[in-house]
Design a protein around this ligand. Structure first.
Ligand SMILES: NC(=O)c1ccc[n+]([C@@H]2O[C@H](COP(=O)([O-])OP(=O)(O)OC[C@H]3O[C@@H](n4cnc5c(N)ncnc54)[C@H](O)[C@@H]3O)[C@@H](O)[C@H]2O)c1
Ligand SMILES: CC(=O)N[C@@H]1[C@@H](OP(=O)(O)OP(=O)(O)OC[C@H]2O[C@@H](n3ccc(=O)[nH]c3=O)[C@H](O)[C@@H]2O)O[C@H](CO)[C@@H](O)[C@@H]1O
Length: 429
């Protein structure tokens, strides 16, 4: 049986490694962070994800999954290498492929005849052929003749990762038929969903970006419609719900912006590649701009609501509910709460934060003071930014301040307004 090395033991790499280990493979997990390696070798997951704690403990106890910081050793031992390292944006919004380049160099040092390299990291189209392949060939081996190369996007939804990783359709595109077929046989061992073979590696890279761009663009549409509904004095959530009764309409949910390591980044990978070819991805770029401006729309709602009470941001304390990028996760990457907190602090507000999932040190690093929910609800102005389930239980009598800004449509405005609370929300009249 193939020995698999997974490079990058994060939100996607760790569940992937654990699932292959559970399927019976010997798996070596590689990570450059020694704390992550240590925790995993004790069977402790550094990531909060339903079902992962139990699965990890089981495969580590059985000796099926071992973590290491020594990538070269792992590459020499394994015959299948899966790359799931991060691909963030640089400050100028171009792709930062430094982790992909570094992992490719490590794999190249241990590459052997007959190996298969699989890329799962989300990358701009052509990255596998243009950047990863030449590094792998620095080994002296030739692709197709000596080793295989495949791109397969991961599309699991955080907070439902294990289910979606095994049940979603899996798209696979290889550098040649042999690579593709070998990857199909491999992923078939952990996939109950359909396996979709695409013609080439660039198509597979592009599929991933198209999916997230579709979602980001649709959320931008919902956000723009929400702002228009606010100006009309009508409830965008009611309107969207009614519109979605149409059999061919599926409007998304407006909110305070789009966060996470995927939707807020991946569309820029398309923009980057399009621009390099002289194509202007106008819609995709505009959608990003609309979503990135949403935290400042929330800021305006706060200002307007405080103004209604004769107060201002400078003399108010603000309680933010939620800094995770979405409900019921601990991930704060690209969270819309961060630009809002920055803007509030810059305008002189006292900012406290409650988040049941996010560690206090992460909240402090954002420049805010972590507090309990009870304390946050005592603030002059409360701003609900994340749709954690816990916040769905908030009742008007739990609130001490007069202003409640609800950036997610998870509470009924009327209930709060009836009690004299100034309630404003994205898309709410
Ligand atoms: N998080 C998601 O929901 C999701 C879903 C689908 C695809 N993706 C893509 O998967 C990739 C990984 O995302 P993630 O959310 O798992 O990231 P993550 O930050 O949670 O994990 C990445 C891990 O890789 C490690 N790492 C960095 N450089 C390394 C190197 N050179 N060698 C070995 N390990 C290294 C880091 O220490 C970290 O533990 C990204 O390209 C992302 O776009 C993410
Ligand atoms: C195409 C798709 O489904 N891709 C998924 C996505 O996972 P994700 O967790 O990043 O996705 P979302 O849940 O969409 O959240 C993103 C942000 O958008 C906000 N949002 C969402 C819906 C809405 O109607 N209104 C909103 O405002 C939400 O609060 C949050 O900030 O990318 C992963 C990595 O590539 C994929 O693997 C995974 O399949």
């Amino acid at each position: 049986m193939d020995l698999i090395a997974v490079f990058g033991l994060g939100h996607i790499g760790l569940p992937t490694a654990a699932l292959f280990a559970k399927a019976g493979f010997e798996v070596i997990g590689v990570d450059i962070n020694p704390d992550i390696v240590n925790l995993i070798n004790q069977g402790i997951s550094p990531i909060i994800e339903p079902g992962l704690d139990e699965l990890l403990l089981e495969v580590v106890k059985k000796g099926k999954l071992k973590a290491t910081g020594d990538g070269e050793y792992a590459a020499r031992k394994a015959n299948i290498m899966i790359m799931v390292v991060p691909t963030p944006l640089s400050a100028d919004r171009s792709s930062d492929l430094s982790a992909v380049i570094s992992a490719s160099k490590t794999i190249s040092k241990g590459l052997k005849k007959g190996d298969l390299v699989i890329v799962e990291s989300t990358v701009p189209p052509t990255t596998c052929e243009r950047i990863i392949l030449p590094i792998l060939e620095e080994s002296g081996l030739k692709v197709s003749k000596d080793f295989g190369l495949v791109y397969t996007p991961e599309r699991a939804l955080p907070n439902n990762t294990l289910y979606e990783m095994t049940h979603n359709a899996r798209v696979i595109g290889g550098i040649d038929e042999k690579s593709t077929e070998r990857a199909i046989t491999l992923y078939d061992k952990i996939t109950k969903g359909e396996i979709v073979k695409v013609k080439d590696i660039v198509t597979a890279e592009m599929v991933k970006l198209m999916e997230n761009t579709y979602r980001d663009t649709n959320i931008a549409l919902a956000n723009e419609l929400a702002i228009i509904c606010e100006s009309l004095g009508i409830d965008a959530i009611d309107a969207i719900e009614a519109a979605n009764y149409h059999p061919r309409v599926n409007l998304h949910i407006p909110g305070p912006g789009v966060g996470g390591h995927c939707l807020s980044i991946d569309p820029y990978f398309i923009v980057e590649m399009a621009e390099a070819r002289g194509v202007h991805a106008r819609l995709i770029r505009t959608a990003r701009q609309i979503n990135e401006e949403m935290p400042y729309h929330v800021l305006q709602l706060i200002k307007d609501a405080l103004n209604d009470t004769g107060a201002s941001i400078q003399d108010s304390n603000i309680g933010i509910l939620g800094v995770a990028y979405k409900g019921n996760v601990a991930d704060t990457r690209e969270t819309p709460s961060k630009p809002l907190i920055d803007a509030l602090i810059q305008e002189g507000a006292q900012v406290v934060v409650h988040d049941p999932y996010v560690k206090n040190e992460i909240i402090k690093a954002m420049g805010a003071e972590p507090v309990t929910l009870k304390e946050a609800l005592k603030c002059d102005c409360i701003v609900l930014m994340t749709d954690h389930d816990e916040y769905r239980e908030i009742e008007p009598n739990m609130i001490h301040g007069r202003v409640f800004i609800c950036a997610r449509p998870i509470l009924q405005p009327e209930k709060f307004k009836e009690k004299g609370i100034i309630f404003k929300g994205v898309g709410r009249p």
